[in-house]
Design a protein around this ligand. Structure first.
Ligand code: PNS
Length: 162
């Protein structure tokens, strides 16, 4: 009975994230999607919206839950008794980005990170690209679950109005 934590900014949730959550759930008895703060990024969507969209997208997945996380990820993992962190890899650049975080998290508490190879058909789908396509007027509907298109449009409209 291992609980896995799948952390990220999820800004916004994409079908790539849903794919990784589904694959993780096939390996672990419970998957907790931890919507966390990345101090190197300013999110487009607020935390509440990112959590709501992730919950809606994974609602059909049994054994998958979504929670907001403040503070250190490893402290959250310890607090819920999670045995492993899972992250998705689309390619080598993802590994280069993820490796220091996996090493730091293991150095902090000993928790291991398991990397899951995502669906090749989704390897071009990244939250950053989805935001950029939407920001420049492109259609993002095929890359994201229900509710995300409208939430991203509303956040971009609010951004332009500021
Ligand atoms: O989707 P992202 O932005 O690549 O996810 C990065 C995230 C949110 C998982 C990472 O920044 C994180 O774990 N943030 C929580 C604070 C923390 O534990 N920082 C130390 C990371 S080694």
């Amino acid at each position: 009975m291992t609980t896995a934590v799948f952390p990220g900014s999820f800004d916004p949730m994409t079908w790539g994230h849903v794919d990784i959550a589904t694959r993780a759930r096939s390996m672990f008895s419970k998957v907790v999607i931890a919507v966390a703060h990345n101090s190197t990024k300013t999110p487009l969507l607020d935390l509440e919206t990112r959590v709501a969209l992730a919950k809606r997208a994974t609602q059909p997945l049994d054994g998958v839950e979504v929670v907001p996380v403040e503070g250190l990820l490893v402290d959250f993992c310890k607090g819920i008794g999670a045995g492993v962190i899972v992250k998705g890899l689309r390619g080598g650049a993802d590994y280069d980005y993820e490796r220091p975080m996996a090493l730091m998290n293991r150095s902090l508490t000993g928790i291991e990170t398991v990397f899951i190879t995502g669906d090749n058909a989704l390897s071009h789908v990244a939250s950053s690209l989805v935001r950029d396509v939407a920001r420049h007027g492109g259609s993002i509907g095929r890359y994201v679950p229900d509710g995300v298109v409208d939430a991203v449009a509303a956040a971009l409209a609010a951004e332009r109005a500021r």
